[in-house]
Design a protein around this ligand. Structure first.
Ligand SMILES: [Zn+2]
Length: 250
C-alpha cells in the first residue's frame, strides 16, 4: 500500500536508517511525531483529524523479522520470543488481513507476550480502526472483541478504559454486555463527562446503533462542545491527553 502523504499538522521524519532491536537488521524507517488532534475523538478515543489519517506512520516494522513497534530499535527482552513464535509468523503470513492491520496486531502480540495487556488491547483496537477504514466489519468486530478480552484480562480498568470497552461492545452488537458494563460504571458515580458519554452510549445501545460517534456529540453545547466554531478552546499542542483530561476530568 502506498504511504499516504502526511496530513496537515502531523509530522514524521524523512526515512532514516535504524537497526532492529530484535534481529539487528538495518532498514529505513520514519519516526512519527503526532501533532495535536484538532477534531474531537470518537467515543472509543480514536483521535480526530489530522492524526486520524496518519495511522500508516504510527508503527515501524522490520522488513526482515516483522517486529513492529513505535520504535523498533527498542525491544523488550520478551520481544524476540514473541516474534519467533508460531502465532506471530502465522499472522505475518496471513494475506487475508490488511497489511497495516497486521502491523498493529503484530505489535499487540509483542505487548501481550511482555504482559502489557492493556497496551495490547489498545494496539488490537487500532487494528479494528484499520478494518473500519477498509470497510471490513467482520475483522473490525473480531478485533474489537479481542481488545475487550485483553482489557478484561489485565489489571482493573479505569473509567476511561471502561467507556472504551462499552463502545467496543456496542459496535460489535454485544448489546447486553455493553449496557451492563455502562450501568455498572454509572453506579460508581464517575465524573460528569463520563456520565454524559455513558448516557449517549446507552441511547445508542437502545437504538441498536453500531456506528461511529464523536465524543463531541455526548457533551452539552455550547460550553464543552468542541464544535468547529469552538476549536480555539482546544489548545494546539494539548494532544489527546489534554482532551481526555478535559473530558474525563483526569
Ligand atoms: Zn528485525
Amino acid at each position: 500500500m502506498a504511504q499516504p502523504r502526511p496530513a496537515p499538522g502531523s509530522a514524521s521524519t524523512a526515512p532514516h536508517g535504524v537497526v532492529c532491536g530484535v534481529c539487528g537488521t538495518e532498514s529505513r524507517q520514519h519516526t512519527f511525531r503526532p501533532a495535536a488532534p484538532e477534531q474531537a475523538p470518537d467515543l472509543d478515543l480514536r483521535p480526530g483529524q489530522p492524526i486520524r489519517g496518519t495511522m500508516a506512520r504510527w508503527l515501524q516494522q522490520c522488513p526482515h523479522c516483522g517486529y513492529s513497534a513505535p520504535d523498533i530499535t527498542q525491544a523488550h527482552p520478551a520481544a524476540a520470543q514473541a516474534v519467533g513464535a508460531a502465532n506471530f509468523r502465522a499472522l505475518l503470513n496471513d494475506a487475508s488481513h490488511p497489511p497495516l492491520a497486521r502491523r498493529f496486531l503484530a505489535w499487540a502480540l509483542v505487548l501481550e507476550e511482555t504482559g502489557a495487556l492493556h497496551a495490547a488491547a489498545e494496539a488490537t483496537l487500532h487494528a479494528a480502526w484499520i478494518a473500519d477504514d477498509m470497510a471490513r466489519p467482520d475483522l473490525a468486530s473480531a478485533w474489537r472483541l479481542e481488545a475487550v478480552a485483553l482489557w478484561r484480562s489485565g489489571p482493573p480498568l479505569d473509567a476511561e478504559q471502561r467507556v472504551r470497552v462499552v463502545d467496543a461492545l456496542r459496535r460489535t452488537e454485544a448489546w447486553d454486555d455493553a449496557a451492563e458494563t455502562a450501568h455498572a460504571l454509572l453506579r460508581e458515580n464517575p465524573p460528569e463527562p463520563v456520565v454524559q458519554v455513558l448516557m449517549l452510549e446507552l441511547r445508542l445501545i437502545e437504538a441498536l446503533d453500531t456506528g461511529r460517534h464523536s465524543v463531541a456529540t455526548a457533551l452539552p453545547p455550547p460550553a464543552r462542545r468542541p464544535h468547529v466554531a469552538h476549536q480555539k478552546s482546544v489548545k494546539r499542542g494539548e494532544g489527546l491527553r489534554g482532551w481526555l483530561k478535559r473530558l474525563f476530568g483526569r
